[in-house]
Design a binder for this molecule. Structure first.
Ligand SMILES: [Fe+2]
Length: 241
């Protein structure tokens, strides 16, 4: 199996390129628009055909490459059914399976960070988006987030997965690449709580600043903008703001 974990230093985002083998079909999870050429180059070098591309949720800290990749490769854009994106090709329900040749990826609806957050389970590994991070959890104070829902998603869905399941998050700010459900259950400081109320108390008192690109990124991601459209919007904004 081909499994590439790429990193965007600006937003500390992890992107995953997955395929069953060289010369086969591929899938990308959480791509960042600035790296589109890099993804295309990797796909070309490995003789891969991009067929599907998934965002775990509407991102607030970077613009997704879903739409640029769709324009350039005609891949299918996938998000969970609760996504508010205006341009998604395929909306996946909780528990539904996405197939790329012999690879099967099952969606798990995990609201909390946003109300459109989904995790994706592929055999021994789970792509946790911003729901579960390494030694952290996604903030719940914007984009219809809810610390109550996040607690349920974490404790009643993700932590119920087999303990050896590898955790691959959408971000890491400390150079960690992956973890396990067991490790997060035992060591993640946010998960060492004894009740939902205690978790909500922590999340409601983080007092975080909004991500720098939030307004631009959320709007572009909802509209499904490609690079050219972003340039046009930027120019219009400069002249007519
Ligand atoms: Fe996020």
């Amino acid at each position: 199996m081909i499994f590439e974990q790429l990193f965007d230093t600006k937003s500390s985002t992890y992107t995953y390129i997955i395929s069953s083998g060289k010369g086969r079909e591929a899938l990308i999870i959480d791509p960042v628009i600035e790296h589109t050429n890099e993804y295309i180059k990797i796909l070309k070098n490995l003789d891969l055909k991009l067929v599907k591309v998934i965002d775990t949720h509407i991102h607030a800290d970077h613009i997704t490459a879903l739409n640029e990749l769709n324009k350039r490769t005609n891949c299918t854009r996938i998000m969970g059914e609760k996504s508010k994106s205006e341009v998604i090709d395929l909306r996946i329900k909780d528990g539904e399976t996405i197939k790329v040749e012999n690879i099967e990826i099952k969606s798990i609806y995990t609201p909390g960070h946003t109300d459109c957050s989904y995790c994706y389970l592929m055999n021994d590994r789970v792509f946790t988006g911003d729901t579960l991070l390494i030694n952290g959890t996604g903030r719940t104070d914007f984009q219809s987030g809810s610390p109550y829902d996040a607690y349920d998603s974490l404790f009643n869905r993700l932590l119920k997965l087999p303990e050896k399941t590898l955790v691959f998050p959408a971000h890491d700010y400390n150079g960690e690449k992956n973890s396990t459900i067991e490790n997060e259950k035992n060591n993640n400081p946010r998960l060492q709580v004894s009740s939902k109320e205690e978790y909500v108390e922590i999340m409601d008192n983080l007092n975080l600043e909004d991500p720098k690109m939030m307004d631009v990124a959320v709007s572009a991601n909802l509209k499904g903008l490609t690079l050219n459209q972003i340039w046009v919007e930027t120019i219009l904004h400069l002249f007519f703001k």
